[in-house]
Design a protein around this ligand. Structure first.
Ligand code: HAM
Length: 439
């Protein structure tokens, strides 16, 4: 039987892989200017890292997190009928998102000492969520994200949104093609009373809502705002608005974030139903959609998480960040007619007219590659004609031809594949000559 990939996963190769690399290059240049360093945390964390941070009652943790156990433990768990006998360090999951792991890493490595300079990191990683696969919704997808720990100022919220919008612009999606939605979720002072009012609202409308939402009313009422059931969302549109219930500090923070965004000329829509699917958010949250096709889903989102460091066992430290989804941005760019993959890279092809000259071709190939030139050669003993065909398939811009006369004279013929012009270059200067001709 032919092997098949897991449902909801994709192989990245060719143009798609180049597009992912391009996105990482754009991110690297942009984040560097803002003082962010790259971080990579493990793809696998203890389940508790996600439960504490993302929240036990979120869909991401309850329904979508892929649990990971070694083969031996798997048998033990299956034999026992539950994983309750496992120690916390044995209960593992593939990361469904990057923030909880980064904050766990900051706590564990003491990256934010009390009163120290903020930590600013970015990542480009695969994430795993057991969602129902569909267009733009995968089980393994890729995010570029950033986390900024230690900055409580509303300017950090505004700058995070500004860098996010600049990232899209550099990828080829300017603000006119995007919808930026923002909201404030309040904090530990004002959120409890707001949660209670949403809970009462859901229970008052229980006959119109799905069973999941009625359960949510008891354990985490705000999650009803991101119920995937359209009718529940319609009902929730009339629920109490968080922005009407903010305490003075949260209201002032939100007003200042908006003032900074206005000053920077960033257009946004306020959406009081935007609560995001993760529990760690406090105050500012934001999400971006591609206006050309809302079916793609959010192409990025983030927000402030001032309590997360403590939830992961660290000292109280404010934090803010965002992540964007590569696959969804690729869909948006393709809809907008922007090619993120770029052209296939060209190369130089080394051809030999006679199998006896394979050694000379080997030497020339090494010299060119040593000079950093992408070089291909024949490894199948092909005729010269089919080597030329291969050169075209490899998008060769130049072909280095080695025949008996050239080798005897210690030179190579270099042919420009588009103009068909040929020049003789001494073998000792091949790399320099080819570099010059490539311009
Ligand atoms: P999120 O909104 O869950 O936030 O995910 C961020 C982005 O990842 C989404 O806007 C979307 O583009 C992409 N994404 C999410 N799920 C899928 C999926 N199943 N298939 C394809 N793409 C997907 C977070 O993950 C937070 N950690 C963001 C953050 C960072 N907040 C603060 N710091």
């Amino acid at each position: 039987m032919q092997a098949q990939k897991a449902q909801g996963t994709e192989d990245l190769f060719g143009g798609y892989m180049r597009a992912w690399q391009h996105m990482q290059e754009v991110a690297s240049t942009l984040f560097d200017a803002y003082g962010f360093d790259m971080i990579e945390t493990p793809a696998m964390e203890q389940v508790d890292t996600f439960v504490h941070g993302i929240g036990e009652s979120t869909d991401v943790v309850r329904k979508e997190m892929f649990r990971a156990v070694s083969g031996a433990l798997y048998e033990q768990v299956m034999g026992a009928g539950s994983e309750s006998g496992l120690k916390p360090r044995q209960r593992l999951a593939l990361r469904p998102e990057g923030t909880a792991g980064v904050v766990r890493a900051a706590v564990e490595n003491n990256l934010v000492p009390q009163g120290g300079a903020p930590v600013k990191v970015w990542y480009a990683e695969a994430m795993f969520r057991g969602e129902r696969p569909q267009k733009g919704r995968l089980r393994q997808f890729h995010q570029v994200g950033m986390e900024w720990l230690g900055a409580a100022d509303p300017a950090a919220d505004a700058e995070s949104i500004i860098v996010l919008m600049e990232f899209y612009r550099r990828l080829g999606l300017d603000a006119s093609k995007l919808r930026l939605k923002i909201n404030s979720m309040g904090d530990a002072t004002c959120r409890p009373a707001y949660r209670d009012s949403v809970r009462s609202f859901i229970l008052d409308h229980a006959d119109e809502m799905c069973d999941d939402c009625i359960e949510r009313a008891e354990i985490n009422p705000l999650r009803a705002f991101d119920c995937k059931n359209d009718h529940c969302r319609e009902v929730m549109a009339a629920a109490p608005k968080v922005t009407d219930c903010l305490c003075d500090d949260c209201a002032a923070h939100y007003a200042q974030v908006k003032a900074y965004l206005d000053e920077a000329g960033i257009s946004y829509e306020e959406d009081p139903t935007l609560v995001r699917g993760l529990d760690y958010y406090t105050r500012t949250v934001f999400e971006v959609e591609y206006a050309g096709d809302a079916n793609i889903g959010a192409i990025g989102g983030g927000g402030r998480y001032d309590g997360l460091m403590e939830l992961e066992g660290g000292k109280p430290t404010p934090g803010i960040g965002f992540a964007v989804g590569f696959e969804r941005i690729a869909l948006a760019l393709s809809d907008a007619g922007v090619d993120m993959a770029g052209e296939e890279p060209g190369c130089v092809y080394v051809a030999n007219t006679d199998p006896d000259l394979r050694g000379a071709a080997f030497t020339a190939t090494l010299a060119l590659r040593g000079a950093g030139i992408r070089t291909e050669a024949d490894y199948q003993g092909r005729s010269l004609k089919s080597q030329f065909k291969q050169a075209d398939k490899h998008h060769a811009r130049l072909c280095v031809i080695l025949g008996p006369d050239e080798v005897a004279a210690g030179a190579a013929t270099v042919r420009d594949m588009s103009t068909h012009e040929q020049v003789s270059v001494p073998m000792g200067e091949l790399a320099e000559g080819v570099t010059r001709m490539l311009g």
